[in-house]
Design a protein around this ligand. Sequence first.
Ligand code: HEM
Length: 393
Amino acid sequence: MPASIPAIDDDVFNRDAVLNARAVDDRLRELAPVVWLNRENIAVMGRWEHVSDGLREWENFSNTSRPWHDPNSVRPEILLTDDPPEHTRVRAIIATALSPRAMKSMEEHFHKIAADQVDALMARAGQEIDAVADITAPYVHKVLPDIIGMPDKGREQMSAFGHAVWATMGPMNELFQEAMVGAEPLLEWAAWACSREQLDPDSLGMQMYLAADRGEITEQEAHLLVMTILSAGADTTVITMANAIRAFCQFPDQWKALQAEPKLLRNAFDEALRWDSPSRMAGRIAMKDVEIEDYVIPAGTRCGLLFAAANRDPRKWTDPERFDIKRDLRGHVGWGYGIHSCVGRTLAQLEADALLGALMKRVDRFEAAGDPQWWITTIGHGPAKLPIRFYAR
Ligand code: HEM
């Protein structure tokens, strides 16, 4: 007889919970291998082993219907909402366009923009700045639409657009309603800016439309894929780089260690992603009864696989709260895992190589200048504002 899944009535997605997302998710992980959230009528898993297995076993945990899934959502319904064979067909197109080989040609642009922005930033050494608004967001909000090939018009709306799209990943609660106020023009702008007519003919975005011309995907799918790159690639990268800076404020010896050994930059970025992940959970649906230790998740249950909690699971990670750029990070799920693992990973890593690399050359140390203000959204997590000071080398 399987044990009954422990159920709780807590609201783990309201404003208070969002402000304390780390503690809330860690508690869910420690309560039991599977926890039933009565309010949402979903099962969540936070232990690394089960999250990792669940992400790999796509036949058990399908992406075609997820917690709070609304097929009419403003979020692009493609790729992350598909299982094979649909998923395989579409992923091949976007994966080719975002492959390490294809991304190589973008590297020079990333380094140039990063060097220019860090040069300009040096005038503010010693002053209080916001690492999100003054460092990571302006950089990503320049290089990402540049390589997608989008027009300049409306780019100042990227944060607001990202906020609206992320809200659609979670429950339709008060925070969702707030995020949807004024969202319509943002979505119209994104749809316009990602259209074939507006894109630079020699761009990453246009690669999607060229695949449509070859008959590999439809025109509508091409448009959705460009929108997906825009919506999946912005806040995730802004926040992970901000978390790296936050970590270097808290662990200044790690900044020194990185400057002594710059080849650890990739590992440092991945460690920032493990240390505090910008996505709280992956949504899936159980396709059959799935056994998790003493429990059985019944077929048809909508599930949340808690990325952030799994990346801090003490069963897997020694001293998980410590930020250690030399940590062996094999198995962390900050990029997801399995067939849906992040297809934009190389792009994000190259962006971080350039920006964090430029900072490494010029900045002696970072220090916190106040508490971060957290992003008020249900499934995303991270600093919306990060007051810091930095000092020149
Ligand atoms: C540090 C930055 C990033 C992080 C932390 C991140 C994280 C993730 C995670 C955790 C997943 C798996 C979601 C799931 O299994 O439910 C994922 C998938 C995905 N990511 Fe990223 N991502 C980042 C940057 C990017 C960028 C730059 C792009 C686009 C250029 C991108 C595009 C995607 C897409 C399209 C998927 C869905 C893949 C699929 O379903 O096959 N991501 N990402």
